[in-house]
Design a protein around this ligand. Structure first.
Ligand SMILES: NC(=O)c1ccc[n+]([C@@H]2O[C@H](COP(=O)([O-])OP(=O)(O)OC[C@H]3O[C@@H](n4cnc5c(N)ncnc54)[C@H](O)[C@@H]3O)[C@@H](O)[C@H]2O)c1
Length: 343
């Protein structure tokens, strides 16, 4: 294991950037990284430098690319993900990229061309792969504790009025589905495996500040014959408490409730896990730094990231066409922020 601290630059000192910065501050105190920050907003970098003890600042991403920084942690608006990743890969930087991978499959495939054959580590910062409740559920599912899964459900019912770039459909790549919903898509893909087809419906009645949809219901057909559904919305002012996930199997049920995971089987209900705190972003970043120092393959690969995006894209196609959409997608040009050019 390398003992030299790795030079990491956080690119984008916004909402999630701040959560990442807290972790790098700890990693720097442990002597594992040297932490730098980059943002086009001078005030933000100044605040982050002081608050999280960054060693240096950048106001221009091209200066990061030309520097001795070894890792970029990209926390930028969705429409900048592809360009920022390809540029970093071209100069040999390791890349941790916030979800979603990109705003279109075409961009995703350009990212692949950019990172393949490079001696770099790439990981999608999909922190839900590190959420312990989901991990525990998957472990029990894989052990076939509930027999054959029949139905997997995911829910995220919130009230949230986005600001800034999230209001633009093209900057976002859509609405709630590509942003919040991609986490749920990843959760169902993680739990249920490969997906044969999707059907989705969307509406936009509550959060009129955004151009994209505020509410989506997505049905999934897994290749195993298991079925699944996701409900994701930002538009519900008085949300009822919902399980993040429920997995119904032939022999029992596993579900999440307020950070706890339960198993109901043979008329007995057992608590499998109770979370103290959600450390998923901490786990994610520590894991990625370990992958670099120990030359390991990152957990959330490009292929997983692309699959999550492909499922989201198929859902958007279904929303526009009112048809079931089969995977893998044949047409790669579809861009969710544009009019349908996938026909
Ligand atoms: N994992 C999660 O739970 C989670 C939560 C929130 C956001 N995210 C993801 O993180 C990413 C960022 O979202 P956010 O909510 O933090 O956005 P944000 O708007 O809060 O922050 C983005 C920052 O990037 C800066 N920026 C924009 N263009 C730049 C450029 N070219 N160079 C340098 N800085 C630039 C902006 O000034 C801003 O400070 C998105 O991909 C989003 O989906 C993930």
């Amino acid at each position: 294991m390398s003992s030299e601290p790795i030079k990491v630059c956080l690119v984008g000192c916004g909402w999630i950037g701040e959560e990442h910065a807290k972790i790098y501050k700890d990693l720097q105190e442990q002597g594992r990284v040297e932490f730098f920050v980059c943002d086009v907003d001078r005030e933000k970098v100044k605040i982050f430098k002081e608050k999280y003890n960054a060693k240096g600042i950048f106001l221009d991403y091209y200066d990061v690319l030309g520097s001795s920084i070894e890792v970029v942690d990209i926390c930028l608006p969705h429409n900048q993900h592809a360009e920022a990743t390809i540029l970093a890969a071209n100069v040999g930087k390791h890349i941790l990229l916030e979800k979603p991978l990109a705003t279109s499959i075409e961009e995703a495939d350009r990212i692949f061309e950019g990172i393949k054959d490079k001696k770099i580590k790439f990981m999608l910062a999909e922190n839900w792969r590190f959420i312990p409740t989901i991990r525990v559920a998957k472990e029990f599912l894989d052990k076939r504790e509930i027999g054959e899964p029949l139905l997997i459900q995911g829910n995220s019912i919130q009230y949230f009025v986005p600001s800034g770039w999230r209001r633009s459909k093209s900057d976002m790549g859509g609405g709630v589905l590509i942003d919040r919903g991609i986490h749920l898509i990843d959760m169902l893909y993680n739990l249920g495996g490969e997906i044969r087809s999707v059907y989705a419906l969307a509406t936009h009645k509550s959060i009129l500040e955004i151009e994209g949809e505020d509410t989506v219901v997505l049905l999934m057909n897994f290749t195993t014959g298991t079925i699944g559904n996701i409900t994701v919305t930002w538009g519900i002012k008085k949300p009822l408490k919902q399980s993040l996930f429920v997995i119904y199997g032939t022999e029992g049920t596993i579900w999440e409730d307020s950070g706890k995971v339960f198993l109901l089987k043979n008329n007995t209900c057992e608590k499998l896990y109770e979370a103290m705190t959600d450390n998923s972003i901490r786990e994610e970043i520590f894991h990625f730094i370990d992958c670099i120092t120990e030359d390991k393959e990152p957990l959330v690969s490009f292929n997983i990231a692309r699959k999550d995006l492909e499922i989201a894209t198929a859902a958007y196609i279904s929303i526009q066409s009112n048809e079931t959409v089969f995977l893998p997608l044949k047409e790669k040009k579809y861009h969710v922020g544009e009019e349908a050019d996938w026909i």
